[in-house]
Write a protein that binds this ligand. Structure first.
Ligand SMILES: [Zn+2]
Ligand SMILES: [Zn+2]
Length: 391
């Protein structure tokens, strides 16, 4: 086995697909994104999970182990405060208990996972379901009035977000709609984010995304996992739970909090990433790199590898001046993988700039990111200006 790994590493080097995905193979379960070009870390967080301490099916320690296997940087324990169907079997007087057990497991195993205390305030619409994370005492949120619960969470310094506003029992036509209740909370800085992707719904809501844009809310994806991530999301076989990519100055609870409140987030579900252009573009630029190989003999066609160092596949549409010699303008690069491109370079031989639309990167509802992938070629690779063979 070891021999095979070494052999394939050698092959990768020979074919020029080098370092970028040396650490990860396409079928790896663990997700990891490289740092952004400006040095910020791309942290992977799931701010919405359940255990048997509300209506989930597993003990909180399993949530910690799943998160480790998935490569997450942080998870929040967000049990329903009010919905406690297992109460007769698992008495639950302390609403912090799920988090305490998860945090103890993190400490016991020496993990560097960041475990965050949270709660799901579970009401009819409005406000619907609202998560508060980074709470200091979830018990204090167990009050009759939903607004009072949300204000108490804010008084504890919580980051508060609106869950699954497109959930069919509360939005039968599948369209997320904001209510004056939410508008008042937002105006008073009591509500800071909204889920645009939720794993229990298995859905992306473009209407929730529009609400995030209209009201300057952080764009979030969460698993809202109740059962097992493996079964629900095919983890370990190319699947992953919906989650949030956070562009953070540092990998810590404080760094995470600051980035969430600043709205530096991208939701990730299936192969789709969703968020403001200022957040989505750095993620794409961190993931995709052009690695020039050589000019094809006696030509102005450059052989180049498009390397994807991230755990999601990208689909690009090349719509700039440079056309491709080997494939159409539709470019697919799988997770932790690379795709060979032959680019007609025309007169500019020393700089490769490829204008693309990233079809799976959404900066507005139904609008894909446009960006430029570029690289300077080493002088040794640039041929003298050519001339078509004279007759
Ligand atoms: Zn919910
Ligand atoms: Zn939930």
């Amino acid at each position: 086995m070891r021999y095979l790994l070494l052999a394939s590493a050698a092959l990768a080097t020979l074919s020029g697909t080098v370092a970028a995905h040396e650490d990860h193979q396409p079928d790896d379960r663990e997700a990891h994104f490289p740092a952004a070009q400006d040095g910020r870390q791309l942290l992977l967080v799931d701010l919405h999970t359940h255990s048997v301490f509300s209506d989930g099916m597993v003990w909180p320690t399993i949530r910690v182990e799943e998160a480790e296997r998935d490569g997450l940087d942080a998870i929040a324990q967000t049990e329903h405060l009010e919905h406690q169907p297992k109460r007769a079997d698992i008495p639950h007087p302390d609403r912090n208990r799920s988090h305490q057990i998860a945090a103890a497991e993190v400490a016991r195993t020496g993990s560097d996972l960041i475990a965050i205390n949270g709660a799901e305030i579970t009401r009819g619409m409005p406000p619907g379901h609202v998560n508060a994370v980074f709470v200091t005492d979830a018990n204090a949120l167990l009050v009759d009035d939903a607004e009072a619960a949300i204000r108490t969470a804010n008084a504890q310094g919580a980051f508060v977000f609106w869950n699954h506003p497109n959930w069919l029992p509360q939005a039968p036509d599948g369209v997320a709609r904001i209510f004056p209740f939410h508008q008042a909370l937002i105006a008073d800085r009591q509500l800071h984010g909204v889920e645009v992707a939720n794993g229990t719904l298995d859905a992306y809501s473009e209407h929730a995304f529009q609400i995030a844009l209209d009201y300057n809310l952080a764009v979030l994806g969460t698993s809202d996992i109740h059962g097992l991530v493996d079964w629900r999301h095919n983890a370990g076989h190319g699947g992953h739970r919906p989650q949030t990519i956070v562009l953070a100055g540092q990998r810590s609870q404080q760094g995470l909090r600051e980035a969430l409140f600043a709205g530096n987030t991208v939701a990730w579900i299936n192969d789709d990433i969703i968020g403001l252009q200022r957040n989505v573009e750095p993620v794409v630029q961190a993931c995709l790199k052009l690695e020039p190989q050589s000019y094809l003999p006696n030509s102005s066609v450059l052989d180049v590898q498009l390397v994807n160092s991230c755990p999601l596949a990208f689909t690009l549409n090349n719509d700039g001046d440079r056309t491709l010699h080997n494939i159409s303008d539709l470019i697919r690069v799988e997770r932790y993988s690379s795709t060979r491109l032959q680019v007609r370079m025309n007169d500019e031989r020393s700089v490769l700039a490829l204008d693309v639309r990233v079809l799976n990167a959404h900066i507005r509802p139904r609008e894909a990111l446009r960006t430029t992938l570029s690289i300077d070629l080493p002088a040794s690779m640039v041929p003298a200006l050519p001339s078509a063979e004279a007759e």
